[in-house]
Ligand binder design. Structure first.
Ligand code: ADP
Ligand code: MG
Length: 276
């Protein structure tokens, strides 16, 4: 049964778009994710938070069918991963992309249209329009024919988000899009996230910026191999939960919590988190 048939027959649009049911994933003997369960509703934006090695990228790869599950199920619109050719778009972590590959911005973004272009056919007018529209949304229309290797980190991130937008996904996964980019790129991404709510795209963003997540996301999911907490930032970001996720990597300064990734924990005076 095709994905669109499923939607038409069941009439279940508007129910949980994404259901993660008790999944575990390992690389050989190394367990990366253990018994993870949560649902994400249509149009919901959530921040996925956890330290390096927590399993954030592993979860995203499983959601696009790049990794097998040891156990459990992932259902998208009620169907297991594999039934959806283009309904989930994935913006990988910058380190996973070969930026030296000799390809233009236009060509990268057109890749987002591949599942919509018929076999052995060239891109049609509507595909080219979708590419330009995505580039406009990310504010990089003028870079269409630049080589991706010539761009700044922020511009490169925008290109991969434009590729995901061109795919017209229902679910969009962004892996650490705010890492190593300038303020204007962060603002463009946040503006896009705001808009995505109106167009009912479900978005999951992996990040380790706690304050940014608390300020810009209604829901956050705290992960470290196991799911530690999921809900509103004020409920999830308790000192207990953050310490469980980050150990001594998390700093509490006055009423703010943040992750210190390169300095020893004892450099700071520890106080409460969010005023407690
Ligand atoms: P995160 O994205 O939160 O930093 P990852 O999903 O990349 O975490 O990694 C989760 C765990 O899985 C880590 O222990 C990591 O070393 C391991 N891992 C990730 N990718 C591979 C791989 N290709 N082969 C073996 N182990 C991996
Ligand atoms: Mg990662």
């Amino acid at each position: 049964m095709s994905y669109s048939n499923y939607l038409l027959k069941s009439g279940e649009i508007g129910q949980a778009r994404l259901e993660i049911k008790n999944i575990s994933i390992s690389y050989g003997k190394n367990i990366a994710l253990e018994n993870i369960s949560f649902n994400v509703e249509e149009g919901q934006n959530i921040a996925l938070i956890g330290p390096n090695g927590a399993g954030k990228s592993t979860l995203f790869k499983a959601l696009v069918g790049l990794l097998p599950l040891d156990s459990g199920k992932i259902l998208i619109h009620g169907l297991q991963v594999g039934h959806h050719t283009d309904c989930v778009a994935y913006v990988p972590q910058k380190e996973e992309i070969d930026w030296q590959f000799p390809i233009t911005v236009f060509e990268v973004v057109m890749m987002g249209r591949y599942s919509k272009i018929k076999k052995f056919k060239n891109p049609q007018k509507k595909d080219k329009e979708a590419v330009y529209e995505s580039l406009l949304q990310m504010g990089i229309r003028d870079l269409a024919f630049s080589k991706i290797s010539e761009l700044s980190g922020g511009q490169q991130q925008k290109v991969f988000i434009a590729r995901a937008i061109a795919q017209e996904p229902h679910i969009l996964l962004m892996d650490e899009p705010f890492t190593g980019v300038d303020m204007s790129t962060k603002e463009t991404i946040l503006a896009f996230l705001n808009n995505s709510k109106k167009s009912k795209i479900t978005v999951i963003v992996a990040t380790h910026d706690l304050n940014m997540a608390a300020k810009n996301f209604e829901d956050v999911l705290l992960l470290n191999k196991k799911m530690i907490a999921y809900g509103k930032p004020s409920d999830v970001f308790t000192q207990k939960n953050l310490s469980e996720a980050f150990g001594n990597q998390v700093m509490f300064l006055n009423d703010r919590a943040f992750i210190d990734e390169c300095c020893p924990a004892n450099r700071y005076e520890h106080k409460g988190v969010f005023g407690d």
